[in-house]
Design a protein around this ligand. Sequence first.
Ligand code: ADP
Ligand code: MG
Length: 606
Amino acid sequence: MKLIAGVDIGNSTTEVCIGKKEPEGRIRFLSSAMVQTTGTKGTVENVHGIKTALKKAMSKLQMDPSELSYIGLNEAAPVIGDTAMETLTETIITDSSMIGHNPSTPAGMGQAVGTIITLGESSPLDPRTDYIVAASSEYPYEAVAQVVNQLAEEYSIVGIILQADEAVLVENRLKKKIPIIDEVAGIHKLPQGVLAAIEVAPPGETVQMLSNPYGIATLLKLTAAETKMITPIAKSLMGKRSAVVLKTPGGNVKEQLLPAGTLYFKGEQSLEISVDEGAQRIMETLKHAGEIQEIRGQENTNIGIMFSNIRKGMEGEEEIRISDLLAVDTLAPVKITGALAGETCLEKAVGIAAMVKTKQLPMERIADQLRQELKVPVQVAGVEALVASLGSLTTPGVTVPLAILDMGGGSTDAALITEEGNITITHQAGAGELVSLLIQTELGLKDRKVAEQLKKYPLAKVESLFHMRMENGQIRFVEESIDPKFFGRVVMLTKEGMIRLEEDIPMEKIVKIRREAKQKVFLTNALRALEKVAPEGKIKNISNVVLVGGSALDFEIPQLLMEELANYGIVCGRGNIRSVEGPRNAVATGLVILLNQKLEKDSGVW
Ligand code: ADP
Ligand code: MG
């Protein structure tokens, strides 16, 4: 039996396709498989993944990879995508403290300003001063209530801060109702004698005064300069149900530790731009620079460090250069020094995906190794974009002239094939990985895997054991009761069942951030890539676009692109390689087709 395997080694995924040559010369496709790429694309470490993928595909035919007649490897483009995130400023607030959190059961409501007195530390009190009592968990609720009731007979007690989760128990025993914040773990960090403002929001609402810089200024009587300094505190308290802000002497300082830095574009024109100017200006400048030879970042700045980290991750550092980048504006959480419970505030940041050009990837070395291990002839055949186009043409309803958009993990690649078979290609930095990174940072997730899942799956909120509210507002009822562990939680809906989101983030917020991340990366890049390959550089000269690659599997990206490209009169849709693979396997399939053509040319009917 004459069997050909096509192997596509991508940044993220290694895909294979197995085709059988029929006696009349036709290729019949029998099987396919994919695994995660092992090692950096284009290195001998890839061999391990290739063999696993081939084994998987051949075992579906009850065969072994050694029974293959030929293996074709893609001539992987010598570009590798990488992503990084850099905040533009680092916020340091000294001599100022705050607590903001969402205790499950605060008590009382409203705001109060007073001087902190700590239970157990005696100090002379003044009948003309307002006080806020801070009590550690050493004091049971009866004791706290008793002391406060007693003090209130002579002095003005306007609020209470508790370490224990006992606000309601204390409140029930108070003669006069005042706001109480509880579950403040770091209560011993509250300095006695310092002026503090506390706020407890009514049920279902969030703090209004302390999440507003002018609100804090009103309560703590701040100057204009001081108000500017506490803005990060106000920002970080948005959305909280209760909060404490302390005024500590010495004033606040906000400093920028490391400058964001300048980007240098060496192209048809040499241009530079400060990263501070934001993504839009960076991308405009990049475009004006024309065909890019190299992009550099100013040394000893955030951008410089980020670029050198990208280079460090690659083999043969000296020979690589950054040839394209995609910058997107985002918000990243920055730790506030002075926050008593590790609170963060969101600061402007720039997310960057970079495209690194290496010297020609040593695909022949991979081919040698495979030949030795499997004893099967191996050929490196065909430029990636060309074979991707051949594969995409197996999508029903597709014909030349045609543009394909290959949306992978690290890069978005485009190719345009004319009726005459001429092909133009481009590689743009930024794809699925950058989307996951943006989701991770903007939601402040510790784990990239969770961001990756949030990208892929639609959400729902389990509102009772028999129904959930889908992210589009629909209510779905279920026949059998939902496992109680999902009750009240945001869940991801996968084919294998629900995944519970451990973080407490409102569903609407996740949906908004997820959509925006996809738009920022893929809308920008689709237009950039298509403009590069379009006849006369005009997108409207393209008539059809087929979307392929892992990110084309996304449940909302293809629709985003279809809507956008409809504005240019373009027919656009997700590929369906060989009518069965969806947007996957285009390159591997194209390789089988190309290798067969080559073999026929070289040796007649092989
Ligand atoms: P490469 O060709 O560079 O190896 P792929 O074509 O395999 O890349 O695409 C990898 C990207 O596709 C990753 O960013 C991954 O998160 C994304 N991806 C894979 N499956 C899905 C899916 N079901 N929905 C959205 N994105 C997906
Ligand atoms: Mg790919």
